[in-house]
Structures are given as C-alpha cells and as structure tokens.
Write a protein that binds this ligand. Structure first.
Ligand code: C2O
Ligand code: CU
Length: 502
C-alpha cells in the first residue's frame, strides 16, 4: 500500500492516484486507522472485470453548458446538457460499455454521477472522493459496464447543479425482459426555479441562514423569498419541502405548454417515472386509469395496483397502463406545495383536460415504495449481517444543519468518519430519521433490501421518526456516498461515505 494520509485527499489529484485512503476512527482519545479501498485500487478494476459485458460500446457526448430554454413562452437562462431539458435520453442494453465524453463548458467544475448504476467506483462521479472535479474547459471520459437493467438517470455531483437543467434519463434495457408492452414512455418530473427566481445557489444561500420553521397556519403553504413554510403532506409525515418553485415540469415542459403522449386506445404502455427534482416529492396519477407498479429503482416488485404513486427525489418507478379511449391528464402533484406538473395522454378525440385538473386518482390507492414487496428473484437472500452501522439522520431547518449522526459532511475530508465494510460482508445500515422532515436517502454503488422483503432500492424515503433496515452485500469495492437526495439537505451536510476496508 502506498503511504497516503487521509488529508492528502484535500488536494484531490495526488491521493486519488493511490490505491488506498486512510480512514480514522477515534475511541476514547485513541486514534486507530484502517486503510480503505480507493477508486484506483486494483480491486475496483477486478470487480469491473467480473461484470458480464456484451463488448458493445455505447458512446455519448456530454457538453454541459449555459443555455436558454423556453418555458411556455418565457425564456430562462440555465445550464443543461445540450439545448433541451431533460437532456437527450441515453439507452443501452445490459452489459454494454458506456463511453461518455464529458466536455465541461460550464463556468464551474462539474462531474457526472450515474444514479442507480452499481458501477466501478472510479466512474461514480463524486468530486474529491472518486475523481477530481472536471474544471471549466476540461474533459473527462467515463467508461463503465452498465450492469443494472432499469430506469436510471444521471446528473452532476457538484453543489446544487442538479437543480438546474442538468439531468438526463438513462435506461438500461434487459435482454431478458419478462414484461410485455406495446410502447414505453419516460416521464421525468422536476421542480424548476433556475433563471426564474435567481439560481439554486441563491436558494441554498438563503436556506443556510436558517429560519424559524413554523408549521404554517393550516391554510396551505406560505412563501417567504425562496422558502416555503407549512408545505405538509400526509404521505411524507409532515413537512414535505422547503423551497418555493415557480414551475413544475414534466419532461421539461410546464403546465402551460404540456407534452402530449399519443397512442391508440388499448395500447399497453410501460411508463418509466424519474423524479429529478431538488426539493419536491411528486404524487403522480393518470386520470381515468389505474397503474400496475412493476419496478422501483430498476428492480422488479410484486405487481401492485395503484391509482397514484409518491415519488421522492432520485426515486424511479415503472408502471404498466392499458390506455382508455380519449384525452387524459397525467398529473404530478408537488406534495404539500399544492401545485402540479401536467402532461396530456391522448388516444382519441375529445377536448384536452384543463392544466389545473386534480384527477380523483390522486386520492385513491396511493402507493409509496415501502408498500411494495420485492419480486422473489430480486430479493436479497436472507442472512444475518456481518456488520451493522447505525445511521441517524440529524439536523433541522432552524440552523439548516442537516447531517448524519450529528456530523455535517466535510468536503475537505470526505472519507473521514466513513462507515467501514469489508468485501464479502453482509451489511446492515439501520437508518433512523431523528428529524422533523422526510429524507430520500441514496446509496451509491449498491441496491439495498428494504426490510426483510421490501423492494430493492438505491433511494429510500425515511419519514420523520422512521427506522428502516437496509441490507446489502458488500460486492463493489470503493468509496461510496450515502446522502439525502434533497439537494439542499445534501449540500448542508446530510452526506456520508461507506468505505471498504483494504
Ligand atoms: Cu443522484 Cu449521490 O446522487
Ligand atoms: Cu433530506
């Protein structure tokens, strides 16, 4: 092992060239160190070689840059991958090698994180942990085998960049797909403020000042600057979100200029929902239809009937729907915020639904991920954990001090305080939400089993006071972020690292 100290990660480049990082933990004043498997460790390469590969390469050019987009007649300045939001969908088959050439035309450093992929650690896109940030004008090539079929997406892992227009759906097709359907639609949901009311960085600065977070007067959410108070949701255990967004988008379009999906009546459609929002859970429904839920976060679940689904930031759901005859609203209610994203599904004549319609399905059988059961073949084999880590979600709005176990993530010392696991171990993360607000917790590089037979997921919503056990097999060596996918909570410090001991 090269002798690298933990602090050398500060400078980025040097430490990242080494095979291991040092993690420290102190007990009763004593400091013990154990080295961690870093992104350039040969074990990362070995894990990649063990992934079954088709040998086919899929090339993608990614040029994040400032641009302008049209939101129902209003031009706003933002940052995007190309000229559209979301960026142009990337679709590969399981086992294909993605070769993505990133050219950073932004004024700030950036990276790309492949959300939902258990990929090689050095391609995970976390600045200061798995790679150096890519400076303005510089390039970086991401190259990895896409081993996980399903509905995924990618976005930068720097600051609040994902709350701009920098998000792209990423579908990995399963060559052994058991479902049959006639068509598939990808539906990307987003909350939008960039270029309308300042930028996400302005919002973060405002939130950091902290606030007295009252629960409102019961008359619905109240706006103060960029902050919302009293945005409550029964499905999320109270406070649903803290940020005021002027628009909610479905596939990059606001309700005033909705996207229309067209198909003949009777068509069986697979809809792939992605929530790319920064601070908004969406409750989605298709008026006049029930949905059959088939997957979440790329993994199959026992089919469940739903009238509506609650989707947290970073989560994905796949559903099957058989289309009726007519024109129907596809509505994404911003939980607690009393506003909706909207698209139209048209299979025949009839007038288009009104943009502000609230189909009754929104209040029918509302499914959240923890209601679901993993399909048997997708369930993690039962087994006792070899190692257990208690992860408490901590902090609050008053001081905007969101953290993990009372500690706010230190970007200067990212692997400090890492939760250590060893390759081959069965790991249990016991997450407890000690805060007054729900958090969508994302783990990179793995898919956990929620409880004994819940869904397999990479992004799990924890309601206030809730404890969930998340089990996984440590089979992907490296340094992996686990963090709240509320981009403002993550930036405030609700982030940590799971590290493999060397
Ligand atoms: Cu979708 Cu660590 O992120
Ligand atoms: Cu959070």
């Amino acid at each position: 092992m090269p002798g690298i100290t933990r602090r050398t990660v500060v400078g980025g480049g040097v430490a990242l060239g080494g095979a291991a990082l040092l993690g420290a933990c102190s007990r009763e004043g004593e400091t013990t160190t154990a080295s961690l498997v870093g992104p350039d460790d040969p074990r990362v390469q070995a894990a990649e070689e063990a992934r079954s590969s088709t040998g086919r390469e899929h090339r993608v050019a990614l040029t994040p840059a400032p641009t302008e987009v049209d939101l129902a007649g209003t031009t706003v300045a933002t940052w995007a991958y190309g000229s559209s939001i979301p960026g142009e969908e990337v679709r590969v088959r399981r086992g294909d090698t993605v070769v993505a050439e990133l050219v950073n035309d932004l004024p700030d450093p950036t990276t790309v994180h492949w959300h939902g992929l258990a990929l090689r650690n050095d391609m995970d896109g976390v600045p200061g942990l798995t790679q150096d940030p890519v400076a303005p004008g510089e390039r970086f090539t991401y190259r990895f085998v896409a081993a996980n079929p399903g509905t995924h997406w990618f976005h930068p892992h720097v600051g609040t960049q994902l709350d701009r227009g920098l998000y792209v759906p990423f579908v990995v097709e399963d060559p052994d797909e058991p479902l049959s359907y006639d068509e598939e639609w990808v539906v990307v949901l987003d909350d939008w403020l960039d270029g309308v009311d300042g930028t996400p960085d302005d919002v973060l600065a405002e939130l950091r000042q902290g606030m007295d977070h009252g629960s409102g007067d019961g008359d619905g959410p109240m706006r103060m600057g960029a902050t919302l108070m009293g945005a409550t949701s029964d499905h999320l255990g109270g406070d649903a979100g803290d940020v005021y967004y002027p628009e909610y988008l479905v596939n990059g379009r606001p309700a005033g200029d909705p996207h229309t999906f067209e198909a003949p009546p009777g068509t069986r459609v697979r809809i792939r929902f992605v929530n790319a929002g920064g601070d908004t859970a969406f409750r989605v429904a298709l008026g006049g239809h029930a949905m059959t839920v088939t997957h979440t976060d790329g993994y199959p679940v026992e089919h469940a009937e739903a009238d509506a689904l609650v989707i947290g930031m970073g989560e994905r759901f796949d559903v099957l729907v058989t289309l009726e005859d007519g024109a129907f609203p596809l509505v994404a209610l911003a939980e607690g915020k009393e506003r909706t994203g909207f698209a139209v599904v048209r299979t025949g004549g009839g007038s288009a639904p009104e943009a502000d319609v609230r189909p009754e399905e929104l209040d029918g059988r509302v499914v959240v991920a923890t209601d679901l059961t993993a399909e048997e073949g997708a369930r993690l084999e039962a087994g006792d954990p070899d190692v257990e880590h208690a992860i408490d979600l901590t902090g609050g709005m008053a001081n905007f001090d969101w953290g993990i176990n009372g500690r706010r993530f230190d970007h200067e010392d990212p692997a400090g305080g890492a939760f250590q696991v060893a390759e081959g171990q069965r790991v249990r993360l016991t997450l407890t939400n000690t805060t007054d607000m729900w958090h969508p917790v994302h783990l990179h590089g793995h898919h956990v089993q929620v409880g004994a037979d819940g869904p397999r997921k990479d992004t799990v919503n924890l309601l206030p006071g809730q404890t969930l056990s998340l089990d996984f097999d440590a089979d992907n060596p490296g340094l992996w972020m686990t963090h709240c996918h509320n981009v403002y909570h993550g930036e405030a410090g609700m982030m940590g690292v799971v590290g493999y001991s060397a």
